[in-house]
Design a protein. Structure first.
Length: 153
């Protein structure tokens, strides 16, 4: 059984579908335009675009300020302590436990210092040695101090 539709009914159906599609598109466009012009007193396209350009320029200036501040902080941070190495050890066999330590505190360029503590029954002594480019500057490093620097790097 063949369904035989009148061409006018088909044309009306196509036209009705076209009107519905255009209505949906118009509603979406109207909603989008209202969202764009929500906080603008003059509801014309020129003022909307001017406002958007102003905000874009402001945002670009803020991004440039943040970028320059970040570069300054990055260059300053090269001198901050960024690497830490810590080694515990027992320098004297007659004392118990690993109470002595070496602590290396270095910046991004491996400059800083090593702090060593030698603990005995009678006293605890602290020694500090400067480190330049990962090597001792002026003093010989102990095995534990070299280990602390290696851990820090």
């Amino acid at each position: 059984m063949l369904l035989n539709f009148d061409p006018t009914i088909i044309a009306l159906f196509v036209l009705f579908s076209w009107v519905i599609a255009l209505t949906i598109l118009l509603i979406q466009t109207n909603r989008h335009y209202r969202r764009l012009t929500r906080n603008i007193s003059k509801k014309d396209l020129k003022s909307v675009l001017d406002e958007m350009l102003t905000k874009t320029d402001l945002t670009q200036k803020q991004i440039q300020l943040v970028s320059s501040s970040l570069k300054k902080l990055d260059s300053k941070s090269q001198g901050f302590i960024q690497k830490v190495g810590f080694v515990r050890f027992n320098p004297f066999p007659q004392t118990g436990g690993d109470q002595s330590f070496s602590l290396a505190l270095l910046d991004a360029k491996n400059n800083g210092f090593v702090l060593s503590s030698l603990h005995s029954r009678e006293s605890t002594r602290f020694y500090a040695k400067t480190v330049k480019d990962g090597l001792s500057e002026g003093r010989e490093l102990s095995k534990e101090e070299r280990q602390a620097i290696n851990h820090a790097q």
